[in-house]
Design a binder for this molecule. Structure first.
Ligand SMILES: [Fe+2]
Length: 236
């Protein structure tokens, strides 16, 4: 990264790791399959109450004497990503979400079964709730928790997969975009994944909260996206 921070997106474009052209009809998102027997309606009431987080909020440790610390603006720093969101017009009013992460928060025990079925090593799981009127803006994931858990080198880090699992059927205004692909009309239990470093976003311009779950880890031979089957059953 240059010393003087301009834009993470411009930096990524300069790396040419994707075409970065909205008009290209590329296939950037892969359908993994569907878990048939995870009934989220029974679990929904079990989440501990939590304060909403904000996609544009810089962490205190990112700032010194009112300024961002330039050394932290490496391409995978959260601060770099957040500065892009602010630059693109997002703020504390339109980028809120609630997230429960297994290494930080209490998650209902039913989520352990999801962790186990995925065939991912050093696996982490998180639940994400987005209320109407909010966007998790155009970004890519750095998977810091998995890298740390597995003490992974650069080459292995790029093999990390995130599975996006939809906890409820699609509702109007619920939008996920991965690269140039916009997803809609998913069913509860559907899982999608994409390549390391791929830009994506999540928006709720609808009338009901959007609930998703992300399961992240280093794929083993049993990883679901390598399975020819597209229907999966959780063990009792
Ligand atoms: Fe993401």
């Amino acid at each position: 990264m240059p010393k003087e921070f301009k834009s993470l997106l411009e930096y990524k474009k300069s790396k040419k790791d994707w075409h970065y052209n909205p008009s290209v009809k590329s296939k950037d998102c892969k359908y993994v399959g569907r878990i048939l027997n995870f009934d989220f309606s029974k679990i929904k009431g079990k989440f501990e109450k939590k304060k909403e987080e904000i996609s544009t909020e810089l962490y205190k440790e990112d700032i010194k004497n009112g300024k961002l610390i330039p050394t932290q603006l490496h391409p995978e720093s959260k601060a770099a990503s957040k500065l892009d969101h602010i630059k693109h017009g997002y703020n504390e009013h339109n980028s809120k979400y609630t997230q429960w992460i297994d290494n930080r928060d209490k998650l209902p025990k039913e989520f352990d079964k999801l962790k186990n079925i995925c065939g991912l090593d050093y696996v982490t799981i998180a639940c994400f709730k987005q209320n109407p009127g909010n966007t998790n803006p155009w970004h890519f994931d750095a998977y810091g928790a998995v890298k740390k858990k597995g003490n992974l080198n650069n080459a292995d880090s790029k093999k990390i997969k995130r599975y996006l699992l939809f906890l409820e059927d699609w509702d109007w205004g619920h939008i996920i975009q991965v690269g140039n692909n916009v997803l809609s009309q998913w069913k509860a239990g559907d899982i999608y994944t994409w390549s390391y470093g791929m830009y994506h976003l999540s928006a709720n311009c609808g009338i009901s909260p959007k609930w998703t779950c992300q399961i992240t880890g280093l794929p083993s031979k049993k990883a679901l996206h390598l399975n020819k089957k597209k229907k999966f059953i959780l063990k009792k």
